[in-house]
Design a protein around this ligand. Structure first.
Ligand code: SAM
Length: 212
């Protein structure tokens, strides 16, 4: 599927009914979600692959991965109500045969892999909390992602490279793409209708690190 078509499809994905600031529930805009997934697709990390979406929210990245030909997609989110919307989105977008969702804390995913409930994926895609509400909220996402798949795509605040490089060792960053994230006014503390922040998309190779 071409980038523009994917973007148009992802515009149809419903967002959070009552977003939580503590969980940093910002839906990734369709333009950014489409270009993020397209990057992964062009590197051969989506089509025919098993893809996990960490902090899936209402499922925009899960649905997009399925539209780009992922064999199987599993989205994980701590918020039951977000998972319920994600399930409806997958159904409405005609991909529910290949996409499922699990309500859990992301820190518990490697335990589930260890207990073989899940197994490892080929690729993790994620737009984790940036730690704007509580510093370090992105850490459990990175820690679980490098255990869960061979390749990880993750969106972070501009200037995160040194921290990520150190945190994920012995996994390595293979690519970093700079882009913008337009965040619509979602919470009372947001002053502008749209606040655009500079972000970086990282591609990480884990060389098969798995749960200990
Ligand atoms: C920035 S939103 C991204 C949502 C969605 N992936 C998207 O791209 O639109 C981050 C998501 O992480 C989820 N989240 C936050 N902390 C979590 C945790 N400890 N375990 C699982 N999910 C968590 C939130 O509920 C939220 O849906």
């Amino acid at each position: 599927m071409k980038l523009r078509k994917l973007e148009m499809e992802l515009e149809k994905v419903e967002g959070f009914a009552a977003p939580s600031p503590a969980l940093e529930q910002y839906k990734t805009p369709a333009t950014l979600a489409a270009s993020f997934l397209h990057l992964a697709f062009m590197s051969g990390d989506i089509e025919d692959q098993t893809v996990y979406d960490f902090g899936c929210g209402t499922g925009i990245l899960s649905v997009g991965a399925a539209l780009l030909g992922a064999r199987k997609v599993v989205g994980f989110d701590i918020d039951e109500s977000a998972v319920a919307v994600a399930e409806k989105n997958a159904e409405a977008m005609g991909v529910s045969d290949r996409v499922s969702f699990i309500q859990c804390n992301i820190s518990d995913v490697s335990e589930q892999i260890l207990s073989e409930k899940l197994g490892r994926a080929d690729t993790v895609v994620m737009n984790p909390p940036f730690g704007a509400q509580e510093k370090g909220n992105d850490r459990p996402f990175l820690a679980s992602a490098i255990q869960a798949a061979d390749v990880v795509y993750s969106i972070h605040n501009k200037g995160s490279r040194a921290f990520i490089e150190k945190f994920i060792k012995p996994a390595t960053i293979t690519d970093c793409f700079k882009t913008e994230f337009p965040i619509r006014k979602t919470f009372d503390f947001h002053r502008k209708e749209i606040e655009t922040i500079d972000v970086e998309i990282y591609r990480i190779e884990t060389s098969g690190i798995g749960p200990d």
